[in-house]
Design a protein. Sequence first.
Length: 161
Amino acid sequence: MKPVNCEFEAEVLAAVVEGRWPERVDAQLREHAAACRICAETALVTDAIEKARDESRAEAVLPDAGRVWWLAQLRARREALQAAERPITLVQVIAFACATGLLGVCFGACFGATSSWFQSALRWIQSQPVTGLVTGHILLASGVAALIVLIPAAYFALGKD
């Protein structure tokens, strides 16, 4: 059975990561790594990873500190503005829903006052023994409630973003 790990593997790994491999390492550890397949692979792979990391560090371009600060200030202002707009948007939605509901009531009143078939339908509903005046108000209230619920829902669904 082939060994899976070596007792010197951690030392070889530490030497490569610290940049001591192979020049500034004991001769015994170098000889062991040359003879041990596990330590040789560890040194080879770790060295390749370290070189790739060093190359990527050399290629990395850091932005100017002033630009980073300026972008952070812009982002903070944008987030503060969005936080301040939320209650205003809510009030606008409520006002829009109220205005739409009022417009619906006014339209319904004008339509109901001028339409003969609508008047006859209302008279028929009110003449029913169970209903009466309450049914007319229930129909009006349910229509207004539907407008108050549907219009803000449509406003948020379509969104202004």
